[in-house]
Design a protein around this ligand. Structure first.
Ligand code: NAD
Length: 319
């Protein structure tokens, strides 16, 4: 049966793809996004432009920290579920703006949880992050590992969000899935993230900095795989659960650069710089829990995912 789903951050990278997938399967979507200028708001406008005039989609240009507006939307729309993706994302910028990150990611999440409690929304999905694992040395990262030492303000806000979700489940019985996303990439990808930054620099023939020697390894996860996990969590999760959503493959930053070079048929001009504080050297997800409970099954290799990303990048540039 089709559902009415409130998606926060609906115009962002992961949010807009989630909206596409929900509408495609026949759900109605109420979006919230404040189109802030962390990166070009026009990219966010383009992300959802195709749904203009769709009677099953509505976008509210509202800040999630504006409690009265969020209450009004949840009261009027009566969504069956909330998928909460809006946040200040980005590790480096959180070191410069910790108070903003706390405000949006912790207070904003509490505003959504309060609205869910007050108006009886029984299912909630929260976008957490692999950054909560900090400098965890045990590979791959499992949901049972200790996460008491986040190494950036961003990571601390995501862990605080998970804990707040746990409290709301305990007190009010809301089913909540906290999803720890591992470096998500693909078409509409965020311009502050490595796949986009590297592609842009190589395409424009410009020198760019890689922090460290390029041997850092990331579990890059393709957007369609993440969206499948988000939707499965909203359909299947019961109780309070944390799930890793990654690809479970470690890819060296230097390999990512090689793949982009091949797709653009251009050489990269890299300068290696000191690692930045807050950056995690290696990430890799143990996804056995998500496989078992959600049927999560990521399919996309870095080669295929980056081929699609670079195709999207080139298409945008031509427009
Ligand atoms: N992309 C990744 O690799 C990744 C990894 C781990 C976790 N996450 C989390 O996934 C979620 C989505 O990330 P994304 O990569 O799509 O980022 P994004 O910046 O593209 O999307 C976030 C959206 O939220 C909106 N937003 C931010 N603050 C808001 C506010 N106060 N009120 C209303 N809207 C607001 C932004 O305008 C944006 O459209 C975030 O919670 C992020 O922390 C992302």
């Amino acid at each position: 049966m089709s559902k009415k789903i409130l998606v926060t951050g609906a115009a962002g990278f992961i949010g807009s793809h989630t909206v596409d997938a929900l509408l495609a399967r026949g759900d109605s979507v109420i979006g919230i996004d404040n189109f802030n200028d962390y990166y070009d708001p026009m990219q966010k406008e383009r992300n959802i432009a195709q749904h203009a005039g769709n009677p099953f989609f509505k976008i509210n240009r509202v800040d999630i920290c504006d409690q009265e507006s969020v209450r009004r939307i949840v009261h009027e729309e009566k969504p069956d579920r909330i998928i909460h993706l809006a946040a200040r994302a980005g590790v480096r910028s959180s070191v410069e703006n910790p108070l903003l990150y706390q405000h949006v990611n912790v207070c904003g999440t509490t505003v959504l949880l309060e609205a869910a409690r007050e108006f009886g929304v029984k299912k909630f999905v929260f976008a957490s992050s692999s950054s909560v694992y900090g400098s965890n040395k045990k590979m791959p990262f499992s949901e049972n590992d200790a996460v008491d030492h986040p190494i950036s303000p961003y990571a601390a806000t995501k862990r605080a969000g998970e804990l707040t979700c746990s409290t709301y489940h305990h007190l009010f019985g809301i089913d909540i899935a906290c999803l720890r996303f591992f470096t998500v990439y693909g078409p509409r990808g965020r311009p502050d993230m490595a796949p986009y930054l590297f592609t842009k620099s190589i395409a424009e023939g410009k020198e760019f900095a890689v922090f460290g020697d390029g041997s850092a390894r990331r579990d890059f996860t393709y957007i369609d795989d993440i969206v499948a996990g988000v939707i499965a969590a909203s359909d299947k999760n019961r109780g309070y659960e944390i799930f890793n959503l990654g690809n479970s493959q470690m890819v060296e930053v230097n390999h990512l650069i090689r793949v982009i070079e091949q797709n653009l048929t251009k050489r990269a001009n890299v300068s290696y710089a000191n690692p930045t504080p807050g950056d995690v050297p290696v990430t890799c997800a143990d996804i056995s829990k998500a496989r078992r409970i959600l049927g999560y099954d990521p399919q996309t290799s870095i080669e295929e995912g980056m081929r699609r990303f670079v195709a999207w990048y080139n298409e945008q540039k031509q427009k």
